[in-house]
Each structure stands twice: as structure tokens, then as C-alpha cells.
Design a protein around this ligand. Structure first.
Ligand SMILES: Cc1cc2nc3c(=O)[nH]c(=O)nc-3n(C[C@H](O)[C@H](O)[C@H](O)COP(=O)(O)OP(=O)(O)OC[C@H]3O[C@@H](n4cnc5c(N)ncnc54)[C@H](O)[C@@H]3O)c2cc1C
Length: 423
């Protein structure tokens, strides 16, 4: 049998792609998932009375109306709670609302003055051009003090890579607040929700965890999914002909959502593509569950202190009220992880963040440009090797469905629409 589409990886990218093809009338689809269950980073487990999102803190917020409609068509909006984001940074022994630079006024006044002086002396305020790597960019944008006490240690913890080795083409993830506004916020002592770069308000499923979103999209395409099927090789059977996966599954088109390094032994790669894959870097993440009573209203806390292995903590009950009142989960880069810190459960994500290391975009393009003429496409966080959230993965799947000549999924989407949350 030759499938029209073979999809590698059963995370949100893979199943959304399968679903969009199905909505467009395609039925010849096979999706191969390495694990014993699909879901990827969007999985949730119940551990005793706790809801644990095993891929770390996941919240729904999108600027794409089509993506929101797609999700709400599968899991109605009434199945979600909506939250005003409460996230804080632990800095100099204080907790300050995110983003730090527009809430410096929450620090004791002598500290606030120190930070403010550093901010107004930054490179941007002095009219210098933006630098081209992450460490210099942070100093240019936020000043040396915020860089040294918050951004550089926090980013060292999360990425495990010096900021000087990272590109700046992913920085839409970071607030862009100008110096004037930072000074005004201090003078007016006001909390500016509008300066959140994303997730100012977010949806979270009213029952269960984030996996509810995944499950709702995955259910109609369950029949296409084969689990416990790690793909190791892709090859062409004959020049210009059919593609073959693991020497067994044959297809006309392949959509890969799995990390490229897991496929590196594939005969389909030339040496240049193989070397490009070798340059791609990623992080591995431990998500650990802890029990500790809390009274905070915080959803999550950023913890730049390098004495602590973890970089973020999530207060589960504050966004999943049916989960026990004392559940906290923490995110720790595997390189820094130390077991036996009071965790009652821990999950390792072998692929968590694609690292925007210098030159990453050129490496990804080398791989994708090599494969596209053979009918092999990359999709999602790993297939496109980008710091995409789940909503962007769905958005990219929509684009790919269109590009492959299957835009009919749109017809089904028009029947429902909901207002978009501010992002
Ligand atoms: C800590 C953290 C917090 C996040 N927070 C948010 C958030 O708040 N909101 C949001 O929208 N997004 C968030 N994201 C991003 C979101 O998790 C991802 O964008 C999305 O889940 C990626 O989906 P994917 O299908 O591309 O990849 P994955 O979910 O990684 O799925 C890839 C799948 O491929 C399988 N696979 C791997 N290798 C092979 C192989 N060789 N053969 C077959 N199968 C294979 C894997 O088992 C997996 O199931 C967060 C991510 C992290 C790590």
C-alpha cells in the first residue's frame, strides 16, 4: 500500500496536520508515533490528586483567529477557564510582576533606582544600533543590571548555552518596552498588562490538563495513528519515485514533525543536510511534581537564581482548580537536574526547546530545501526547528495543508468564531 501522506510524530503538529487533511477529504494517511501514546509535549498525567502537564507549563493563547476557531471547534470554548496572567520574577529576594522592566517600581526604592539608572544608560537609549547576538542584545535593550541579575542567569539556566552563542531572530518572545515607558511606569507605579509579550490572558481546560486540547483534535484521526513506531530512516525507492520509511511504510509525501536528529541515518540526506542536522541544538527538560502549601495567586514564577537548579515553578491549583491545592511543578534543564529534591514524580522531555544557536536558521533551510523536491516536508517545533508554541504549530500545519493543495478544511472552520484574547 502507498499512502498519500505519511506523517512522522504524533504531537500537536502531526495530529493537526492529519486532521486538516482529513477535513479536506484526504483519507490515505498514516501517522507514525515513536512513543506508546501520542501527545508529545502536550501530554498531561494525573499523579494522585494532581494534574501534571508533563511537557511543562502549557496555556492557550493565540493571535490567529483561524487557529482559535479550529481549537474551539474541537474543544468548545465553554470547556475552558480564562485567566488574567499572574507571573512573577524572583529578583534580589523580591517577587516582581513580569515583565520586570515595566514593574521595577515594585522593588524597594533604592534598588529600583539602581535598575533604572542602568536601563536609561542602555545602548538603545544611547542610540546605538542593535547588536547581532543575544547577550549583547540583552545588555543593549535592558541595561547591564537586568542583564546580569535576571536575563543572563535565567537564560543560561533554561538554554544551557551561553547567550553569546545565540541568535536574536527569535526575540519576539521577549517584551520590547521602550525606555521612556519603563521610566514612566516607575514614576506612575502602574502595572502595565498591555506590555506582556504573550499570554496576557490565557485559556486553560476547565477539567484535566492541557492534553484536553490535544485529545480533542486527535480523536477524529485516531484511526490513522500507529504508536510504538519510531521512524529511523526515510529513503526513496527509485529516483523521482515513492518514499519509504523504516524500509516498510510507503508514501507519496512525508510530513516530518519529529526532531531531525532522530532521522539522521536516513539515506535520503546528502552530506550537506546531514552536517546541517548535526549543527542543530536542543534542550532537554525535567518537569518535577512537588507538594507544598501555598497562598500565592501566581500562575508561574521565573527563578533566575543560579543556586537553584530549576528555572520556573507553576502553582497548578491556580490554573487547574480541580487539581490539589498544594501541587507545584518545576521546570529544570536536564543538565542542571538533581533528583531527590522533594519531587514526588519527574518526567524527562528529551526534546523540549530548539535552541536558536547562531546560524540555526540557515541549517534548517539547508535540510528543508534538500528534502522538499523529494516530497518530504518539515513541520512544527522540530520539523521547522523553531521556538513555536502549539498554536503556531497548528497555524503552520494550516499553511502546509494549503501549500499541498488541500485548502478545503477552511469550509468547516467558518461555522464557528469566537473573540480573540489579547496577546
Ligand atoms: C516548557 C514548555 C512550555 C511550553 N508552553 C507552551 C504554552 O504555554 N502554550 C503553547 O501553545 N505552547 C507551549 N509550548 C510549546 C508546545 O509544547 C509545542 O509547540 C508543541 O507541543 C510542539 O508540538 P510538535 O508536535 O511540533 O512536537 P512534539 O510535541 O515534541 O511532538 C513530536 C512527536 O514526535 C514523536 N517522535 C519523536 N521522534 C520520533 C521518531 N523518530 N519517529 C516517530 N515519532 C517521533 C514524539 O514522541 C512526539 O510525540 C511549550 C513547550 C515547552 C517545552
Amino acid at each position: 500500500m502507498i499512502y498519500d501522506y505519511l506523517i512522522i510524530g504524533g504531537g500537536i503538529s502531526g495530529v493537526s496536520m492529519a486532521r486538516l487533511l482529513q477535513l479536506s477529504g484526504v483519507e490515505s494517511i498514516c501517522l507514525l508515533e515513536a512513543g506508546s501514546e501520542a501527545g508529545g509535549l502536550c501530554r498531561t498525567r494525573r499523579i494522585g490528586p494532581h494534574v501534571l502537564d508533563t511537557g511543562g507549563g502549557h496555556f492557550l493563547c493565540t493571535k490567529f483567529p483561524e487557529v482559535q476557531n479550529f481549537i474551539f471547534r474541537h474543544l468548545p470554548r465553554t470547556e475552558f477557564n480564562v485567566f488574567q496572567r499572574v507571573s512573577r520574577i524572583v529578583i534580589d529576594g523580591c517577587e516582581v510582576d513580569f515583565p520586570l522592566e515595566s514593574n521595577l517600581w515594585q522593588l524597594p526604592s533604592s534598588l529600583c533606582a539602581e535598575y533604572l539608572i542602568s536601563v536609561v544608560q542602555n545602548g538603545e537609549a544611547r542610540g546605538l544600533p542593535p547588536p547581532d547576538h543575544f547577550e549583547s542584545w540583552i545588555r543593549w535593550k535592558l541595561g547591564d543590571l537586568i542583564a546580569e541579575r535576571y536575563m543572563l542567569p535565567y537564560n543560561r539556566k533554561i538554554w544551557g548555552v551561553p547567550a553569546s552563542e545565540m541568535d536574536i531572530d527569535w526575540l519576539h518572545k521577549i517584551p520590547r518596552i521602550d525606555v521612556r515607558r519603563i521610566v514612566e511606569a516607575c514614576l506612575n507605579r502602574e502595572f502595565g498588562r498591555e506590555y506582556m509579550p504573550s499570554h496576557a490572558e490565557f485559556y486553560y481546560p476547565a477539567s484535566g490538563g492541557f492534553q484536553q486540547v490535544f485529545d480533542a483534535i486527535a480523536k477524529p484521526v485516531d484511526k490513522f495513528v500507529l504508536t510504538d513506531c519510531p521512524v529511523t530512516t526515510i529513503e526513496r525507492e527509485n529516483p523521482g519515485g515513492v518514499l519509504c520509511v523504516n524500509g516498510r511504510f510507503r508514501a507519496r509525501t512525508i510530513i516530518n514533525t519529529a526532531p531531525w536528529p532522530t532521522l539522521i541515518r536516513s539515506p535520503i540526506f546528502n552530506e550537506e543536510a546531514r552536517q546541517a542536522i548535526g549543527r542543530l541544538r536542543h534542550t532537554q527538560l525535567v518537569v518535577s511534581l512537588h507538594e507544598d502549601a501555598y497562598e500565592t495567586d501566581t500562575h508561574w514564577l521565573y527563578e533566575p537564581d543560579e543556586q537553584l537548579p530549576r528555572h520556573r515553578s507553576f502553582f497548578i491549583h491556580n490554573f487547574a482548580p480541580r487539581s490539589a491545592a498544594n501541587g507545584i511543578f518545576r521546570e529544570t534543564n536536564l543538565q542542571r537536574w538533581q533528583a531527590g529534591q522533594g519531587e514526588i514524580h519527574a518526567e524527562i522531555n528529551p526534546f523540549a526547546y530548539p535552541v536558536p544557536s547562531r546560524g540555526w536558521a540557515a541549517s534548517v533551510m539547508t535540510v528543508l530545501n534538500h528534502l522538499r523536491p523529494f516530497g518530504v516536508h518539515g513541520l512544527g517545533r522540530w520539523g521547522q526547528w523553531q521556538y513555536f508554541n502549539a498554536d503556531v504549530c497548528i497555524w503552520e500545519a494550516m499553511h502546509l495543508a494549503d501549500e499541498l493543495g488541500h485548502p478545503q478544511w477552511r469550509a468547516g472552520m467558518q461555522s464557528q468564531s469566537s473573540p480573540i484574547l489579547s496577546v
